[in-house]
Design a protein around this ligand. Sequence first.
Ligand SMILES: NC(=O)c1ccc[n+]([C@@H]2O[C@H](COP(=O)([O-])OP(=O)(O)OC[C@H]3O[C@@H](n4cnc5c(N)ncnc54)[C@H](O)[C@@H]3O)[C@@H](O)[C@H]2O)c1
Length: 395
Amino acid sequence: MRVLGFIFSVLLFAVVLSFKLLADAVENSRIHTRNNSEIMLLNKKIESLVSQVNKLKDLSPKKFPKVKELSYLSKKRILVTGGAGFVASHLVDRLMSQGHEVTVVDNFFTGSKKNIEHWIGHKNFELIRHDIINPLYVEVDQIYHLASPASPPHYMFNPVKTIKTNTIGTINMLGLARRVGARVLIASTSEVYGNPLVHPQNEDYWGHVNPIGPRSCYDEGKRVAESLSYAYAKQENVEVRVARIFNTYGPRMHLNDGRVVSNFIQQALQNHTITIYGSGKQTRSFQYVSDLVDGLILLMNSNYSLPINLGNPEEYTIEQFASVIKDIVGGVSPIVKQTGVQDDPQRRKPDIKRAKLYLGWSPKVPLNVGLKETIKYFENELIKENAKEISLKDD
Ligand SMILES: NC(=O)c1ccc[n+]([C@@H]2O[C@H](COP(=O)([O-])OP(=O)(O)OC[C@H]3O[C@@H](n4cnc5c(N)ncnc54)[C@H](O)[C@@H]3O)[C@@H](O)[C@H]2O)c1
């Protein structure tokens, strides 16, 4: 009897315990469900508050970066083609802060509104969505003509369009300059030297370009743009300035422009393999974007009308450059070599004697300083991109 009583008590205890555990589980799941629905409710409230704050922001007067007040005589009306792109948006910032009236023209092929959104609504600023292969009629004193895709994947994406932009687009800008008596600065490139047989490259060198290779739409397009400039200067008295720009880097570069600076920084930041195409012995020199902007403005306002190299003559092999970036970023990315690409220039270094002599210009920003700024920019952009990916997955 005692034994039976004991067994009964144990069974009773076990049943009571299971019941209690089940009740706790039910209660927990109720709290959990309640928490989830409360969180959803809170999220909805936050979303509606954010949208109200954004509406209020739109109503409140926008704060612009500081600009100088210029007199009527010193204030110029300046057109910047490709103004929403990497280089030109920095140029726009400088011209705006100097107090000029700036009109940006862009078809947003590779440019982005966010590069210039801080000026939208400013009384000195105007943005026109326009493709420069169509004529444009505006009254201006100076034209900085930078519209053209610049990185190989972008300009090879639609080679015919790249040629049209650099030929028909340039004719349209030179024609506009002739009609309104404006001075025009053409953004040419070190690519007019092709895979150079002269080192460093000076402006008297005629270049070594493959006219039918994959890069020719850009290289030859820019060479025609230069020819057109001097034809308009000779025949139509248009005042032209020609900048042969070498590799430039800095914030607002495209994340996916496929060039060495953006590739290496992204790979290093994500601890991915840093890929070198070819032997790694090919050289490049890199100029920080603010140095280029200084040079472009000096050239535009100078009396010098022959082509001028704007670039940083400090030369690095691609191998060295990969290690510089890896050292600054830190991380554990291995550096690996892959097959080279067709017509890749093997040596690139500007001779900048002309720029020094006629513009008093030489680059000031050391590579490690410029790279740190650029890496910071890429870091933020990658964080934003990852946040977008996560929110897309949540949707
Ligand atoms: N970044 C460099 O290292 C480098 C080197 C040599 C020369 N350049 C020259 O400097 C200029 C700017 O280069 P980037 O690196 O800023 O390139 P980017 O691609 O960032 O900017 C080019 C801009 O031109 C716009 N654009 C392209 N085609 C257009 C068209 N048909 N009509 C209107 N807008 C158009 C794009 O949307 C973009 O905003 C280019 O002309 C390029 O050839 C740049």
